[in-house]
Design a binder for this molecule. Structure first.
Ligand SMILES: [Zn+2]
Length: 198
């Protein structure tokens, strides 16, 4: 199982279960509830006392960090069953609770590119979102989940939650080579990415 070549910072967390026990067929987008850099997010997950982690994190500058390799289960969504099958991604917020935990355009663009990369490498043909928690595990109908379905949390924030349909559409456009709809006029791969994962 591979990891994303879009990662530019790696800080593996001790907070993980190795290996995951289910094939990757789901993605779960989270919000940091703070404007953390990929380095600060990794430092937080480095503490065993925190008992939390995610596979990836995205800063407001669009850079992507990795904290738990895809072969391993992160401790992210308050659900072992979910995290064994999902790739989890924490996204930094450039706005507070009053904005529904807004994320920057750079972070959004990186999120779309990272999700498309995860889908390609793991054989996920497209992202499907219906906003229906009764469909958890029915990946043929819905393969995106949210933390608020598993715990009394606002995560991923109303801003990203409301964009889940758009995220699926933008990722699926990427997967189809942009034949459907362009993700946005400014959509482009953020500068500075380099592959450091082998
Ligand atoms: Zn969360």
């Amino acid at each position: 199982m591979s990891n994303s070549p879009l990662v530019s910072h790696v800080h593996i967390s001790p907070n993980r279960t190795s290996p995951r026990t289910h094939a990757i067929d789901t993605v779960t987008v989270h919000c940091m509830a703070g404007n953390l850099s990929v380095e600060a997010c990794g430092n937080g997950f480095a503490s065993p006392a925190r008992k939390a982690s995610s596979n990836y994190g995205i800063g407001s500058d669009g850079r992507i960090g990795m904290y738990v390799e895809e072969k391993d289960r992160s401790w992210c969504s308050s659900s072992a069953a979910n995290d064994h099958r999902a790739v989890t991604i924490e996204v930094a917020n450039d706005g507070g609770a009053e904005t529904g935990w807004h994320v920057s355009d750079a972070a959004y663009r990186s999120l779309v590119l990272l999700l498309a990369d995860i889908c390609r490498r793991n054989g996920i043909p497209e992202l499907r979102w219906r906003g229906d928690s009764s469909l958890i595990g029915q990946v043929g109908k819905q393969n995106m989940t949210v933390h608020r379905w598993f715990a009394r949390k606002a995560c991923p924030g109303d801003y990203l939650y409301g964009l889940h349909g758009q995220i699926a559409e933008d990722v699926n456009s990427e997967l189809s080579g942009g034949k459907r709809k362009k993700p946005g006029p400014e959509q482009k791969k953020p500068a500075g990415f380099r592959c450091i994962i082998t």
